[in-house]
Write a protein that binds this ligand. Structure first.
Ligand code: ZN
Length: 463
């Protein structure tokens, strides 16, 4: 055993070292990007940002907004981002494989059994140990990606303490939530060894639904302050738009996200009494009121057209498919390597790294499908946002500003689009903003039935 544990420790240290080296290399690359950024960052940090960005908007002879090419810095971020994506992916497979093949997983299960005694606690404690080990090994890279790199590209003003505190909070939430749900597939593996993948997929629906519903209301406020919206005139316009879209009785929140990031976001979520419209303060700093209203029209489309629920059902189907593949293939690996793994059936919690590797592999192949579906929903939300606001110019300038503020690449390559784009490329979205206006020629609107027409907006005749 001493020899074996020495081997395990050596392997884990090697992985950690590799992570640290790739982190250090990436850091030096990020630091040079940071120097390049200083000029443009200091310009865009001044209060004159609105004027500065508006000046950069170019309109062609036909009145269409021109998509500016990606800046050198944006291209650098795009390319290094693709490399990091591959590194993340490989480590995501390598770490559980090492934990598995060194027998470390079986060792964690034995330790969990000593502490936990009862099956449920054994499963929960194993999950906590496994998650902590993954967190520690992945820490250098996540510190680089989440903190160092964002600062180097001028996309973050977050203090290290806030980043680290948030990271620990996320870890704790992940441990609590994971420890509460991990027993489900393993219990089903015991009780229904042939159909566990099917029941887990079905059982996942209420869990995903519950966490998606509670996370904006109970979890997100653990990270930031959710206050009332300061710009009351704009708040009234947003509520009018919501009323037209049939979203009544929603509260509007402004989040102090500027302490964390310079990127922008907004969303509509909740149901019944918890219905809420949330805007990061960054979006209010960077976009003018018309642009904010277009973005809100887009966000309301997701809500009105039940995109979250549709996505949950698709996700659940993919989980089922992924677990089915695990069900069909894991036996081969377990039979072949059971002496190294230290377990002889999938129902043993020590199989979690194997389950996770096989499952992630299937998810990797389904990513392009998920992305196509997500891009379709985003495109239709853009259409809804345009139809409800009928402001092509504001929609187009909003995207051009997002591109420059978020250092986006408006026309990414095929690989990026295939594996990483869950939104249409910004260039395509601007093209659509420039060209879609059926109301100008009196043609019917695709989503005209889902909202009240513009003329009703101010007068408030219904209600
Ligand atoms: Zn969207």
């Amino acid at each position: 055993m001493p020899l074996k544990s020495r081997f395990i420790i050596t392997m884990l240290l090697t992985i950690w070292l590799l992570g640290t080296i790739s982190f250090a290399q990436a850091q030096s690359e990020g630091a040079s990007a940071g120097r390049a950024q200083i000029d443009s960052a200091s310009a865009s940090n001044t209060p004159g940002i609105q004027a500065a960005t508006q000046d950069s908007i170019i309109v062609d002879a036909q009145g269409r907004v021109v998509v500016p090419p990606a800046s050198d810095l944006a291209m650098k971020r795009y390319r290094s981002g693709n490399v990091l994506w591959v590194v993340d992916l490989l480590l995501g497979f390598l770490i559980p494989l090492v934990i598995l093949f060194t027998g470390f997983s079986a060792w964690m299960r034995d330790t969990a059994r000593k502490i936990g005694k009862k099956w449920f606690f054994l499963v929960a404690i194993y999950f906590i140990l496994y998650t902590l080990v993954e967190y520690i090994i992945g820490f250098p890279l996540s510190y680089y990606e989440g903190f160092v790199r964002e600062h180097a590209y001028g996309l973050s003003n977050q203090a290290f303490g806030k980043w680290f505190g948030d990271s620990i909070k996320e870890l704790i939430i992940g441990l609590v939530v994971g420890a509460l749900v991990i027993w489900l597939p393993y219990l089903l593996l015991k009780k229904a060894p042939k159909r566990w993948w099917l029941y887990t997929g079905i059982g996942a629906i209420p869990f995903i639904f519950f966490f998606l519903m509670i996370s904006p209301i109970w979890i997100a406020p653990l990270f930031n302050d959710y206050g009332p919206m300061k710009d009351k005139a704009l708040e009234t316009k947003i509520l009018n738009l919501a009323d037209r879209a049939g979203i009544e009785g929603a509260r509007v929140f402004e989040v102090n996200k500027s302490v964390d990031t310079k990127t922008v976001n907004a969303y509509v979520t909740g149901f019944a009494g918890s219905k809420r419209i949330v805007l990061w303060d960054t979006i209010l700093q960077k976009l003018n009121p018309d642009e904010v209203l277009f973005v809100m029209g887009h966000e309301m489309a997701h809500y009105v057209m039940h995109h979250i629920i549709k996505t949950i059902f698709l996700t659940s189907l993919l989980i089922m498919a992924g677990l089915w593949v695990v069900h069909r293939t894991s036996g081969y690996f377990i039979t072949r390597y059971q002496n190294r793994f230290g377990f002889d059936h999938l129902g043993d919690i020590a199989s979690l790294p194997l389950l996770s590797v096989l499952f992630s592999l299937v998810m990797l192949f389904t990513t392009p499908v998920m992305n196509v579906y997500s891009r379709y929903l985003e495109h239709e939300s853009d259409r809804f946002g345009l139809e409800i606001t009928q402001n092509n110019f504001a929609g187009a300038t909003a995207f051009v500003k997002l591109q420059s503020e978020n250092l986006g690449n408006p026309r990414p390559g095929w690989f990026y689009k295939l594996m990483r784009s869950d939104h249409p490329p910004i260039g395509e979205r601007v093209d659509f903003m420039n060209s879609y206006h059926p109301w100008k020629s009196g043609q019917p609107l695709k989503y005209g039935k889902l909202f009240k027409p513009i003329s009703v907006a101010g007068s408030n005749t219904t209600q």
